[in-house]
Design a protein around this ligand. Structure first.
Ligand code: NDP
Length: 247
């Protein structure tokens, strides 16, 4: 990413972009930011009231009318994904962007005392849901003139650290998912696939993981959007298989 990257105000005009976990934190900021840059944003999440608040904010600002999809990724089924793909296909014809942002932190404890149920839930939300959504949305991405899939990684998805358990392992899996998919699509389609590690950002998740930190010492989600815009817009055409740091 060029150090002085300045996205055009109309960078995402005419594009349709789905954001998971769009009701709070980084996903909310990304949805608002993509809409501000001209995109029609599909807000996917599990808490209707939060999604509605983002929807209303986008409408009130006069940005393109978003769409709202309520799905709990801990329970997502193939049927829901097929249904979603069919609905989006009918309404938009194709999908220009997919931001896999939703994740859960899960238990912060040693593997020796971790519970299998909590481990499975983290893997379900952070890894399995990412796969099954991508699996069924891929035809819509391939139907776009150029499309971008962005997965959300973490520092503990590159170097393991004690007590980060399933979350860290899920982020290694996310890096792997990005690399495998990117490699498969590199020469045969217009879909690029990359990762962003947001870095320490002031959200509920960060503040849960680091209760002793002063939240405002970290940047707000809105302050780390340059890399997200770069990867979603056409300035990053040809860039694939790369893991970026947003900070
Ligand atoms: P938040 O916890 O603030 O937000 C997570 C979002 O994901 C929420 O909108 C939440 O919905 C949604 N979500 C969680 N579980 C589900 C589910 N089962 N189904 C649907 N949606 C779900 O986290 P952040 O904004 O901090 O994190 C965003 C991404 O960035 C994550 O992938 C995280 O791992 C990553 N990250 C964050 C860092 C940070 O410092 N903040 C650092 C490194 C990585 P709801 O609000 O309804 O619970």
């Amino acid at each position: 990413l060029p150090a002085d990257y300045t996205p055009s105000p109309s960078l995402l005009k005419g594009k349709t972009i789905l954001v998971t976990g769009a009701g709070d934190g980084i996903g909310k900021a990304a949805a608002l930011c993509f809409a501000e840059h001209g995109a029609t944003v599909i807000l996917l999440g599990r808490t209707e009231s939060k999604l509605e608040a983002v929807y209303d904010a986008i409408e009130a600002a006069g940005h393109p009318k978003p769409a709202l999809v309520e799905i709990d990724l801990a329970k997502v089924t193939e049927e829901q994904c097929m249904h979603l793909a069919q609905g989006l296909g009918e309404e938009f014809g194709h999908l220009d962007g997919l931001l896999h942002n939703a994740s859960m932190l899960g238990e912060r404890r040693p593997i020796e005392s971790a519970t299998f149920a909590a481990w499975q839930e983290v893997m379900q939300v952070n890894v399995n849901a990412q796969f099954v959504l991508t699996r069924y949305l891929l035809p819509l991405l391939q139907a776009a003139p150029s499309a971008s899939v962005v997965c959300t990684s973490s520092g503990v998805g590159r170097t393991g650290r004690a007590f980060w358990g399933a979350y860290a392992v899920s982020k290694f899996a996310t890096e792997g998912f990005m690399q495998v998919l990117s490699s498969e699509l590199e020469n045969t389609s217009n879909v690029r696939v990359n990762c962003i590690n947001p870095g320490a950002t002031n959200t509920v998740m960060r503040n849960t993981a680091y209760p002793a930190e002063r939240p405002t010492d970290n940047p707000s989600p809105a302050e780390i959007m340059a890399t997200y815009l770069y990867l979603m817009g056409e300035d990053s055409i040809g860039v694939t298989g790369v893991s970026f740091d947003a900070q």
